[in-house]
Write a protein that binds this ligand. Structure first.
Ligand SMILES: Nc1nc2c(ncn2[C@@H]2O[C@H](COP(=O)(O)OP(=O)(O)OP(=O)(O)O)[C@@H](O)[C@H]2O)c(=O)[nH]1
Length: 212
């Protein structure tokens, strides 16, 4: 069931996992692999402003609108997207058991360096800090690993985690960081962490529903 989802009451008994990240990083692809369901049907990138959830089976899995630069989308609209995401998370904090922050491993370092050179805090890092501040557990899913040169993989991932304030080597953060490729269906490091989190919040019953 696809639920257009804006103003859920935080007193609902539902639990929720949210997927957030820049536009085009692969959020919907990952959700499709995990649940076998398509979350965004026939949407144009950057156009959907509202979080879209699927109920799976009594858990909400929510695809947040992509944030950050989107070609053809005005800067003001990008700010609106960011504000909506933050408002949604604040409204539903009590039922959000996990946030998966998805980044494109092949372009993340370059994008962050560009923002830093303009003296701005990259939105991904702002989102990570915000989720930590409100005590929502976060997994950083470094997607599109298939596009990273295998010989440079560890260096690239070290640089990414360091930008989130996690000291390299990245492998000491494997309880929080998953290097994956949705394109290659190689998302086990992420599903393992999601399973751990479901266990930690007493939802063992849901684990069997994860397809990976
Ligand atoms: N090379 C590669 N491409 C991927 C991977 N995951 C997703 N893609 C591609 O990246 C594009 C965007 O994927 P989506 O799943 O729509 O990304 P999204 O984050 O949901 O995008 P928005 O809806 O704009 O926020 C698609 O063309 C996918 O096929 C991956 O692991 N590797």
């Amino acid at each position: 069931m696809i639920v257009k989802n804006d103003n859920h009451d935080s007193s609902e008994k539902l639990n929720e996992i949210i997927f957030a990240g820049r536009s085009n990083v692969g959020k919907s692809s990952i959700i499709r692999i995990i649940t076998g369901k398509k979350v965004k049907v026939g949407k144009r990138p950057g156009v959907t402003l509202k979080p879209t959830s699927i109920q799976y089976p009594d858990f909400l899995i929510t695809d947040m609108p992509g944030f950050g630069f989107m070609s053809g989308v005005k800067e003001r609209k990008q700010d609106i997207v960011k504000d909506k995401i933050i408002k949604y998370i604040e409204t539903n904090t009590s039922r959000i058991k996990l946030a998966v922050l998805v980044v494109d491993g092949s372009s993340f370092n370059e994008i962050v360096e560009r923002w830093n050179s303009r003296g701005q805090i990259p939105i991904d890092i702002e989102m990570f800090d915000f989720l930590n501040e409100i005590s929502i557990p976060v997994i950083i899913a470094i997607n599109k690993a298939d596009k990273i040169d295998p010989d440079r993989m560890d260096d690239v991932i070290d640089d990414i985690v360091e930008k989130f304030g996690l000291l390299p080597p990245w492998r000491q953060w494997i309880d929080q960081v998953a290097v994956i490729s949705a394109k290659k269906n190689a998302i086990e490091p992420l599903t393992k962490l999601i399973r751990n989190r479901l266990q930690a919040c007493g939802r063992n019953d849901l684990i069997k529903h994860l397809r990976y």
